[in-house]
Design a protein around this ligand. Structure first.
Ligand SMILES: [Fe+2]
Length: 239
């Protein structure tokens, strides 16, 4: 089994005709198995048909969506007066479901309009199987209650963390939006993700500070990952 893995940059690889999309610096990921030729879309948003067309041009069939969190620039919905296409278009076109963390379910349903039956709920430690590939579900709350990262690890040396808005190369996700929790973000960055090796490659939800890098280099350059106790963290975040 070989991994199919593509990072798509919003406004360049898809959604180029959408002026708002072009400003957001979002990433969407296609992850799958090159033998079964199945893949999932991580954070389907902005121009879903273009994203699915890219997968299909590679000979891949989209069999599901994974949502890192409920924000409309990741799963679609209404954002600051703009209507963002998203997971509802994916489930409709591909006849598939959107996988979300169980705590994110009501938030995702509210912004996307998806029914309960359109979702598959997960907990930390679950695996999503795509052909022969097993994607590990890591619950990393803080940016939102059910914010999640996805680990793609195989025997051939692939080790990737798709991090949504939990961690960027520069900084981390905001904690002042509805459902945000600065103390949980501290625990996600300094406890939950602290167990990952320096060699794992970080693939963020936005291009803040770069497109991808090893966790080791991000630990050296991102001040929010420097050792800190919770009190210091609260001072740093102004809470
Ligand atoms: Fe977000």
């Amino acid at each position: 089994m070989s991994v199919y893995f593509r990072q798509l940059f919003a406004g360049r690889d898809f959604g180029a005709s959408n002026a708002v999309c072009c400003q957001m610096e979002n990433f969407v990921y296609l992850v799958g198995d090159t033998e079964s030729r199945e893949c999932v879309v991580v954070d389907p948003a902005w121009a879903v048909d273009e994203i699915v067309d890219i997968a299909e041009a590679d000979g891949m069939k989209v069999v599901g969506g994974l949502g890192t969190h409920y924000h409309p620039d990741h799963v679609g919905g209404t954002m600051m007066g703009f209507n963002v296409e998203g997971a509802a278009r994916l489930t409709s076109r591909c006849g598939c479901k959107l996988h979300v963390h169980e705590l994110e379910t009501p938030w995702v349903r509210r912004v996307t309009g998806l029914a309960q039956g359109d979702l598959v709920q997960h907990q930390s430690g679950d695996h999503v199987e795509v052909g022969g590939l097993r994607i590990e579900w890591l619950h990393t709350p803080g940016h939102t209650p059910g914010s999640s990262c996805f680990r793609v690890r195989t025997n051939d040396g692939t080790d990737a963390l798709i991090a949504g808005d939990t961690l960027f190369l520069r900084g981390c996700g905001r904690v002042d939006l509805p459902g945000g929790d600065p103390d949980e973000m501290y625990r996600s960055l300094h406890q939950r993700l602290a167990t990952l090796p320096d060699t794992i490659e970080l693939w963020p939800g936005h291009a803040y500070g770069g497109h991808h890098a090893s966790m080791g280099s991000v630990r050296r350059s991102n001040p929010l990952l420097r050792p800190a106790d919770l009190a210091t963290w609260r001072d740093l975040r102004g809470v």
